[in-house]
Design a protein around this ligand. Structure first.
Ligand SMILES: [Zn+2]
Length: 338
């Protein structure tokens, strides 16, 4: 059975604002990251943080579960509504409680939420002193509570493919700022008032990008505190398989460009170029070499241990891999191993 899978993806994205994290007043700018090219020269270009990619894998899992494809898989109250602080339980009074969810321990949290299981959590809750809605005088002081589970899904930043960056900087990733306006309408509309129109600036970028990701399939459902016990897992085999399937299917949504902000009005013009998947049925794998480098295929194949399976989609013909005609064939092949 599948224990570990890695993805190395090269894709073109035109006119996206996947990571408009640099906001100043009514100007939203795209994040620029510095890096070194293959000759060690400093360069900079629009890039998207791994936090953003991880968030969109999380969103992909949520959608597949909420939309009914995997509706039998449980979610905690936080993950049901996409609340970033997780896990949580919905109390009878309608309030989300992070404390009770965490105090029950990892075994219960993993049982109750597939996304907290796969994506992990870091939760620190203050004791009664200083906690919201309580006072140290009226309640007994409690120790702070913290719980941590490491993510089974790991992501790099989305970075430009270096061979596409021209030294004269006229090629490679580019960005442009444009002005949008939110037009107010209705009986109060007054076009003489500037506030009716509210112009604002946004940046959009284009480029050929790469990212790598790893999914530690073996540890989905596993509770580390159970190490040494007969049963490592908080959930049964069928439930585990469904969780692994939904975690893998979420990558398919990412490959369609579902990886950024402003999806309602700035879907990226996505054009996948290459996908290399490495998987193992025996143990964890090293992370793949990033497709931002021109020789990533040979280096990744040379890095992985004996027994690693490789699936490839793209225009190249690397040796040592099983070449697939479509990206769907890659997913079908991985899903068969679950
Ligand atoms: Zn959750």
């Amino acid at each position: 059975m599948l224990k570990f899978v890695t993805f190395a993806v090269k894709t073109q994205l035109n006119v996206h604002d996947l990571n408009n994290e640099a906001v100043a007043g009514n100007v939203t700018d795209i994040r620029i990251m510095e890096f070194l090219d293959e000759n060690g020269n400093r360069s900079e270009a629009p890039a998207v943080s791994g936090r953003m990619l991880k968030h969109w894998h999380y969103e992909g899992m949520r959608q597949l579960i909420i939309n009914g494809t995997y509706s039998s898989i449980p979610l905690c109250a936080s993950c049901k509504v996409g609340e970033p602080v997780r896990p949580a339980e919905l109390l009878d009074n309608g309030i989300l409680s992070h404390r009770t969810a965490i105090e029950k321990g990892a075994e219960v949290v993993v049982k109750q939420c597939s996304i907290c299981d796969v994506h992990g959590y870091l939760a620190a809750i203050a004791g009664a002193k200083g906690a919201k809605g309580t006072s140290a005088e009226s309640e007994e002081e409690q120790e702070p509570v913290s719980e941590r589970r490491s993510s089974r899904a790991m992501f790099s930043w989305l970075m430009p493919v270096l061979e596409k960056i021209n030294p004269n900087e006229e090629m490679g990733p580019v960005s442009k700022q444009v002005i949008h306006s939110r037009v107010k309408s209705g009986k109060d509309f007054d076009d003489k008032k500037l506030t009716s129109q509210m112009p604002f600036n946004k940046s959009y970028a284009s480029g050929i990008y790469a990212f790598v990701s790893a999914l530690d399939v073996y540890r989905i459902g596993l509770v580390e505190l159970n190490l040494g016990n007969h049963n490592l897992y908080a959930i049964d085999d069928n439930e585990r398989k469904n969780r692994i399937k939904v975690a893998i299917e979420a990558y398919r949504l990412m490959l369609s460009g579902q990886i950024g902000a402003s999806l309602s009005h700035a879907l990226p013009h996505q054009n996948p170029i290459e996908v290399l998947v490495a998987y193992s049925e025996t143990g964890p794998l090293p992370f793949p070499v990033s497709p931002m480098y021109s020789d990533y295929l040979e280096k990744t194949i040379g890095l992985m241990p004996q027994g690693t399976q490789f699936l490839y989609w793209g225009s190249g013909s690397p040796s040592g891999v099983t070449k697939k005609n479509t990206i769907d064939e890659i997913f079908q092949e991985i899903l068969k191993e679950i």
